[in-house]
Structures are given as structure tokens and as C-alpha cells.
Design a protein around this ligand. Structure first.
Ligand code: ACO
Length: 288
């Protein structure tokens, strides 16, 4: 093993995820580029810590999840997550599953809006955090694959569910059975991501979207993102009832925002809700 490989093998747990905070946008990175950012138990634990740290910070309005190097994430770590954990028995397997599924679930219901910025490879287990992010933007150059079939398992850890949630039946079936990759453009056409752009334009576009989200009422953002996920499994009548109650619950945290929103349009004629967001600083609301 050369020295670079030794350093890679010894990457400290705390170093498997990195982040920077710029103007209330948290840029969180899978940080194992030498292993194509595949998810090891260490990375999963560190990601949980980072998500904990950022979730309720007033310094964070939007979280972007991206990858260092050429990968977004090459899925689960076949050596450290599968082979080495399996050698320790069922208890260890379940613990490792709790750690990975745990942070994806956490991200699905995160307090702040989240954006997946898919800069490169995205495989298998990577579909968990991909779906967990509210929005997703990919480089044209990115490659998406349910490669499980290529090494002899089914797409577990939620990946099959993600395929059925985001793709048509035929596409989900083809994608899972064939083990062929699709690029960013096709991922956008199929609905795995919102948009695909050339890699050099990806960050600017994601930042533009994040800045737009930062202008919206954060209580309304959280209520809306949760509602979009929840109503998918409800009948129409249940959804109608849930949404009435969800808005009333949101009013508990912020009863002034929507009144300001109406006032600034109807009385002040300061903005048009059909074209932009109201000025939330007028009721002292800048963060969550
Ligand atoms: N698990 C463990 N190690 C991995 C993984 C992974 N998922 N992906 C990459 N690596 C390691 C490689 O073993 C290699 O390690 P080494 O330097 O110690 O030899 C290093 O990362 C770099 O990988 P390369 O294969 O050399 O990188 P390359 O850029 O040529 O290829 C690619 C990238 C296509 C992503 C390739 O690494 C690959 O096929 N990875 C596996 C993708 C996959 O099928 N993931 C599992 C999905 S299924 C699931 O998540 C349940």
C-alpha cells in the first residue's frame, strides 16, 4: 500500500464529512473522495453529528448535500459497511443499518429545506440521501445507477422504494434489473432530479435556488415540505384534513407571517405574491 492509500485507509471519522457555512447556506460534503464517497459506518455516524449540529442553528437556512471529488456517493461501502460489519454478526448489521437509515430518515424530515447537488457518481445506497433531499440538481456528467444487481443483491436500504417513488414502473424495473447507469440529463428527464446542468454551472444554480428559499417564510417551508411527503400516502379526504391541521399547527409557530403576506399585498401594495415572496423582516423573522 502506498502512502496515499494508507492515509485514505486511516481517514478519521470526523474527517469523513466536511461542511462550510456561507450566508446561511450549509454546504455539506461527503468527504471520502479517495473512496468515491461511499458510505462507511464512520461516515454515517459523522453525517448524523453534522446534521444534528446544523439543523436548528439560526446560521443555517438551507442545507446543500454534495460530494468532494468525482463522486456524489458511490453508495454503501462494500468493504466497511457490508463485509466487515457482517463478520461481526446480526447485532452489528442492525446497528450499521440504524446509523445509515437513521440519518437518511432524519434528512427526509429535516427542519430546513435541503438540496442534493449531485456532482458525480451516485449509486445504490446513495438513492437514500438523494430522495431525502427536498430538491435535487445534477451535473450532466453525473452518473446514476442501481448497481446492486451487478454485484448480486436487490436494491435495499430504501433504494427500491426510491425508484418506485420517483420513476415510472417501467423505468424503475429497467433501472433496477439492468444495472445500467443514466447520466444527469436522463435523471432529470426521468424525475430522479429536478434539473441537470453542465458541471461548471451546477453550483451557481444551486446557490440561486438556495437564495430564493432563504427569502421564504421558514415555518411555511417546513410545513410545505413535510406536507408534500406526507400526502403521498393519503387518500384525498385524509390529505385535505391533514393540511388544514398542518396549517393550523404552523400558525402556532408563526401567526404573523401570513397576515404580513396579505397586508403587504392588499394594503401596502409592496409586492405581488404571484411574482415573489413578501418581506419577512417586517415581522422580525429572519431564521427558523
Ligand atoms: N465500496 C467500497 N469501496 C469503494 C466503493 C464502494 N461502494 N466505491 C469505490 N470504492 C473504492 C474502490 O475500491 C477504490 O479503492 P482503492 O483505491 O483502495 O482500490 C477507490 O474507492 C476508488 O475506486 P475506483 O473504482 O478505482 O474509482 P473509479 O473512479 O475508477 O470508479 C466507480 C468509480 C464507478 C464509482 C467505482 O468505484 C464503482 O463501481 N464503485 C462501486 C459502485 C457501487 O456499485 N456501489 C454500491 C451500490 S449498492 C449499495 O449501495 C447497497
Amino acid at each position: 500500500m502506498n502512502s496515499a492509500n494508507t492515509a485514505a485507509a486511516e481517514r478519521a471519522e470526523a474527517d469523513t464529512v466536511s461542511y462550510s457555512l456561507i450566508d446561511r447556506i450549509a454546504w455539506v460534503k461527503f468527504n471520502r473522495p479517495e473512496k468515491r464517497n461511499c458510505m462507511s459506518p464512520k461516515l454515517n455516524r459523522q453525517m448524523s453529528r453534522v446534521l444534528d449540529e446544523l439543523e436548528h442553528s439560526p446560521d443555517v437556512g438551507v442545507l446543500v448535500l454534495t460530494g468532494e471529488g468525482t463522486a456524489w456517493s458511490a453508495g454503501m461501502d462494500l468493504k466497511e459497511y457490508f463485509r466487515e460489519v457482517e463478520q461481526q454478526g446480526l447485532g452489528a448489521i442492525r446497528a450499521a443499518q440504524r446509523e445509515s437509515y437513521g440519518w437518511w430518515r432524519r434528512l427526509r424530515w429535516y427542519q430546513k429545506p435541503t438540496i442534493a447537488m449531485v456532482n458525480g457518481w451516485c449509486f445504490g445506497g446513495g438513492y437514500g440521501p438523494l430522495f431525502a433531499c427536498d430538491l435535487a440538481f445534477a451535473a450532466h456528467e453525473a452518473q446514476f445507477g442501481l448497481s446492486e444487481i451487478n454485484w448480486g443483491i436487490l436494491p435495499g436500504g430504501g433504494a427500491t422504494k426510491v425508484a418506485r417513488e420517483l420513476l415510472s414502473f417501467r423505468r424503475a424495473m429497467y433501472h433496477s434489473l439492468m444495472g445500467e447507469n443514466i447520466d444527469g440529463r436522463t435523471a432529470a428527464e426521468w424525475g430522479l432530479v429536478n434539473e441537470a446542468l453542465p458541471l461548471e454551472k451546477l453550483k451557481d444554480r444551486v446557490e440561486e435556488v438556495a437564495r430564493t428559499l432563504l427569502k421564504k417564510n421558514p415555518v411555511a417551508l417546513k410545513a410545505t415540505k413535510d406536507a408534500i411527503r406526507r400526502v403521498g400516502e393519503m387518500t384525498y379526504d385524509n390529505a385535505e384534513d391533514f393540511l388544514v391541521r398542518a396549517q393550523e399547527a404552523a400558525n402556532f409557530y408563526d401567526n404573523e407571517g401570513r397576515k404580513q403576506g396579505i397586508k403587504q399585498f392588499i394594503d401596502d401594495k409592496a409586492y405581488k405574491p404571484g411574482l415573489a415572496a413578501y418581506d419577512k423582516s417586517a415581522h422580525g423573522r429572519k431564521d427558523e
